[in-house]
Design a protein around this ligand. Structure first.
Ligand SMILES: C[S@@+](CC[C@H](N)C(=O)[O-])C[C@H]1O[C@@H](n2cnc3c(N)ncnc32)[C@H](O)[C@@H]1O
Length: 319
């Protein structure tokens, strides 16, 4: 994309733009987009426009970017507790050209290396990324953020399975991944993401903070970390961003509170009935709302050995 085209896109504040997540993220919702889109409120489908959008667990933002490509989203507020991810979003918003410059440099250096050397490069970068964390100023945006965002994207594109995972101390710990020619710098998409982030506010914070911006008719999409489907996939509680049953309960209370405000609420989660037909955890938490079960393809346990059609819950508070 030409700089002049980008500038003209930026001026037309609420135009549609085809962007997709700039990182691969656990629980990414690309597979579920059609199901989600078909359940948007009638008034939004009709008008093709969204006055205000809030996403309290944005992750890679698959649904947000989908909406930006198909609707006029006048204003958006995105939250995630993962501060590294929000560093990425903010840098794309503020300094996309510098980020592209750094990523192109990394890509050039990395791709010309033989595999063993790539592996060393990867672990060197991972170490530096983890070391940098100790002194990094997450509070005040500055030039160091660009390098950190470039590392985030590089590691995400070259690590095993392409995911972002941290240990209890918050250190990124995914091993090296073997790819022939990974795209480290997707220039076109980064520019599109930059444009999509126009009129968008990004926060590294707990989901409850988003209540400040939820008003009547705000569209809110909740995609919290999954409730583990069974014992073997139960590693969320040990995760840095673990989300316990108590958190799920707190979220359902939040949902009821926002319902009273007259916001449009759409929520997805794993369906515990996949493993225990008598497990009514979400059915009771969200009693009184519209609860649907749709097909979703994803791993049912953490070793990925059982993959198949399992159900996902979609819960909304409007017809
Ligand atoms: C299932 S993922 C969202 C995936 C996203 N829909 C996508 O398409 O990539 C859940 C996200 O919630 C975030 N999270 C976990 N606990 C949170 C909390 N208390 N408040 C806000 N975000 C939280 C995680 O960091 C993770 O990015």
């Amino acid at each position: 994309m030409q700089k002049s085209k980008l500038q003209s896109l930026e001026k037309g504040k609420t135009h549609k733009v085809e962007a997709k997540p700039f990182v691969k993220w656990a629980g990414g919702k690309t597979q579920l987009l059609d199901e989600l889109a078909s359940r948007l409120p009638f008034i939004i489908k009709e008008s093709k426009s969204i006055e205000r959008y809030v996403e309290p667990f944005v992750g890679g933002g698959a649904f947000f970017f989908y909406l930006k490509g198909n609707y006029e989203v006048k204003e958006a507020f995105l939250y995630d507790i993962n501060v590294e991810l929000t560093v990425g979003y903010k840098v794309i918003q503020k300094d996309v050209y510098d980020l592209i410059y750094q990523l192109e440099k990394i890509e050039k250096e990395y791709l010309k290396l033989p595999e063993e050397e790539r592996k060393k490069y990867y672990y060197r970068t991972r170490d530096e990324y983890n070391r940098q964390q100790e002194t990094f100023d997450y509070e005040n945006y500055n030039g160091d953020w660009i390098k950190r965002a470039a590392y985030l994207i590089f590691l995400n594109k070259t690590c095993f399975n392409g995911l972002f995972r941290q240990n209890k101390k918050g250190k990124f710990n995914v091993p090296f991944g073997r790819y022939k020619k990974p795209t480290i710098c997707d220039r076109e998409n980064l520019l599109n993401v930059h444009v999509a982030l126009n009129n968008t506010h990004i926060f590294a914070a707990d989901f409850e903070e988003s209540k400040k911006f939820i008003t009547e008719n705000t569209l809110v999409y909740f995609d919290p970390p999954y409730r583990p489907l069974n014992e073997t996939s139960n590693f969320t509680s040990y995760d840095k961003d673990g989300f316990s049953d108590e958190d799920q309960i707190k979220l359902s209370e939040f949902y009821r509170e926002m319902d009273k405000r007259g916001a449009f609420l759409l929520l997805s989660n794993s369906d515990p009935k996949n493993v225990d037909i008598n497990d009514d955890f979400f059915d009771s938490l969200y009693a009184g709302f519209i609860i649907e079960r749709v097909n979703a393809k994803r791993f049912i346990n953490c070793d990925g050995s059982k993959r198949g059609d399992i159900k996902e819950l979609l819960i909304r508070n409007y017809e």
